[in-house]
Write a new protein. Structure first.
Length: 223
């Protein structure tokens, strides 16, 4: 299968579905991660240009640990993502070009606005890519079979699927720690480990779990 992950910023992909990404790669699935912004607004001491370069480098190192080589940096402005013709066309074109069977995106109730907008853009791109419209986006129509929403800053209130990531938790945390510009100021690695442990214990699915809202189908439940 082909997998497309939409992430608002570098590190959101690892936090929300890093374990699932590892699982897909070990099953031989192709994975492409699309970063809508480069997270350049995430510091008061480092200039946006410098920080964007740093965070893209961190994303590349983290993705190597997860086993992903195909990264796309859209470089939309951090903190100013919007539901615009440019952003919609860009994502529709990506869906049609990459032809994913699976799309991952943040869930709709995420706290940061960029996360919520990424959810809206991703779902709309999936919808439009499947229809005989928008000739300016190029490519042929492509229906995405599976869509799952992950949690980052704001836990999902009512998850519909828990995926056991116990075999991948160490790799996931190693990848997250590659994002040193962020983990050095806030212990995201410990927070994520705690969240995945919490999800595992309360769901009874595994020691560590990632929680998802299943929007369309569920490739993680396949044998």
């Amino acid at each position: 299968m082909n997998v497309l992950v939409f992430a608002p910023h570098p590190d959101d992909d690892v936090i929300g579905c890093g374990g699932a990404i590892c699982e897909h790669r070990r099953k031989g699935d192709g994975v492409t991660i699309v970063y809508l912004t480069s997270g350049e607004a995430g510091s008061l001491s480092v200039s946006p240009g410098e920080l964007g370069t740093i965070r893209e480098g961190e994303a590349r190192r983290a993705s190597e640990i997860l086993g992903v080589e195909d990264l796309v940096f859209l470089r939309f402005p951090d903190g100013y993502l919007d539901f615009s013709p440019v952003s919609i066309r860009t994502l529709v074109k990506l869906v049609r070009e990459h032809k994913p069977d699976v799309v991952y995106l943040p869930h709709a109730q995420e706290g940061p606005r960029d996360h919520r907008v990424t959810h809206e853009l991703g779902l709309e791109a999936v919808r439009r890519a499947a229809g005989p419209w928008f000739q300016d986006c190029g490519g042929e129509l492509w229906p995405v079979k599976y869509v799952l929403a992950y949690e980052v800053w704001t836990p999902i209130v009512s998850p519909t699927y828990y995926n056991d990531v116990t075999p991948w938790i160490d790799l996931k945390l190693e990848a997250l720690r590659c994002h040193a510009s962020q983990v050095s100021t806030v212990a995201y690695d410990e927070a994520v480990k705690g969240l995945n442990l919490y999800r595992g214990i309360l769901s009874g699915t595994g020691d560590y779990c990632e929680a998802f809202q299943v929007i369309a189908g569920n490739p993680l439940a396949r044998e």
